[in-house]
Design a protein around this ligand. Structure first.
Ligand code: CO8
Length: 373
């Protein structure tokens, strides 16, 4: 089996960003309109009034201060409250593929590689723009890569699952190099009318190039020392959108086919699951957890990350131990841990160990232990 490394990373960030104050102003305008339109029913006790949101709550509960989106105007229009995108023809690149290609090109460039060096393209993310043809095959086409590609969805943990598949393919020799791409248009499946979660998500795309360590030309290489994946069924994060929606009788309510969660339960159940996964994985690799130089954690909730890192490191983590990008990007699902890696790996020294760890719906969790060359 070949030794394998991550030799380059890439990030695509949409041009438009929404601050908490802007998002809250739009949400509160929606609440005011709704309560005014239903004033009689509310006065009669037949309808519950909606409550306003607040930026202070959002920062305190999650650490999120802003998020990028593919369309700001639609999200902030209280009568629309979703990103509006142009309906593209079948002969044009899909938006998801376009974002994926931009991130992948940067990863290739950073790895010192070209399309001809790659055999396999994985698009690993939470929500795909269509069922088929696979977005990965479209991305492969626009990048000009021979070989093959496929899509995979393990929600926020998708990138870690993609890296394990890539490592297995490269180590076993079935692919020379693999692009693991995580494009996420999370705002397209977020319920911006739900006060409990309207602030959670943002859009971005990431890419990692995985190839044999011995032949990689990049100076910026991380050997993959090991990967470990875990899933455990839970309905606490769920989205019932699917191809049978139009057939289901009675039809589902509109908000059932968007993201919904029991955030507090998720927090309580996922923190121990992930801390245990990391401690056991590091232990089995003979690495003392407190010696890990950096954790690139999934970016859903700041408090959650601090608790996980503390349970592994044994002390309160600083941003040098576990960098934070969710303040600027919010939760970008599978892209989050890779954005943290992409932005915060240059300062690691040869021999330093870092862990990329992604977790989310399913539940699903994955750990990728890396050593800087
Ligand atoms: N403004 C003001 N007050 C609010 C707001 C708001 N916006 N929202 C809720 N409140 C109030 C509540 O009504 C409640 O009031 P009271 O105490 O009077 O009942 C109080 O604030 C506390 O509410 P919560 O208990 O809900 O607040 P929490 O402290 O639990 O924080 C969080 C909520 C931030 C959602 C938190 O629970 C959290 O982040 N949990 C972890 C969730 C998580 O990690 N989920 C992962 C999901 S992502 C994933 O796996 C990928 C899925 C696929 C991608 C989908 C893309 C769209």
């Amino acid at each position: 089996m070949k030794r394998v490394c991550i030799s380059g990373s890439g990030l695509f960030t949409p041009a438009e960003s929404i601050s908490n104050d802007e998002l809250v102003a739009a949400f509160n305008a929606y609440v005011e309109n709704h309560n005014a339109e239903n004033a009689t029913a509310i006065a009669a006790g037949a309808v519950e009034p909606l409550q306003p949101s607040s930026s202070e709550f959002i920062v305190k509960a999650s650490g999120i201060k802003a998020r990028y989106t593919v369309n700001k105007a639609g999200v902030l229009d209280p009568k629309v409250m979703r990103p509006l995108i142009r309906n593209r023809g079948d002969d044009e690149p899909s938006l998801l593929a376009e974002m994926a290609v931009a991130a992948a090109q940067q990863a290739l460039q950073n790895a010192g590689r070209e399309a001809k060096d790659v055999d396999m393209v994985l698009v690993a993310c939470s929500n795909l723009q269509r069922p088929y043809p696979a977005i990965a095959v479209e991305v492969q086409h626009y990048l000009g890569i021979q070989g093959y590609g496929y899509d995979m969805n393990v929600a926020c943990a998708s990138a870690a699952f993609g890296v394990q598949a890539a490592v297995d393919a490269v180590a076993g020799g079935s692919a020379r190099a693999v692009l693991v791409i995580s494009p996420e248009i999370c705002t397209g499946h977020l319920n911006f009318r739900n006060r409990d979660c309207h602030f959670i998500f943002g859009d971005a795309a990431t890419a990692l190039l995985v190839e044999p360590l011995d032949t990689a030309v990049s100076k910026d290489r991380f050997e993959v020392l090991g990967t470990r994946l875990q899933t455990q069924f839970s309905n606490n994060i769920r989205n019932n959108f699917g191809f049978l929606n139009a057939s289901e009788q009675p039809p589902r309510p509109w908000n059932d086919v968007l993201f919904h969660q029991e955030g507090r339960k998720v927090f309580k159940e996922v923190v121990p699951m992930v801390a245990e996964l990391l401690n056991s994985h590091l232990g089995d690799l003979g690495i003392v957890p407190s010696t890990v130089r950096r954790f690139w954690l999934h970016q859903a909730n700041l408090g959650m990350n601090q608790l996980i890192a503390k349970r592994v490191l044994g002390h309160e983590p600083g941003t040098d131990d576990a960098p934070v990008i969710l303040d600027e990007y919010a939760n970008t699902s599978s892209a989050g841990s890779v954005i943290a890696f992409h932005k915060y790996h240059q300062d690691l020294k040869a021999g330093d160990v870092g862990v990329l760890c992604a977790f989310g719906a399913g539940y699903s969790a994955g750990s990728v232990v890396l050593r800087r060359l």
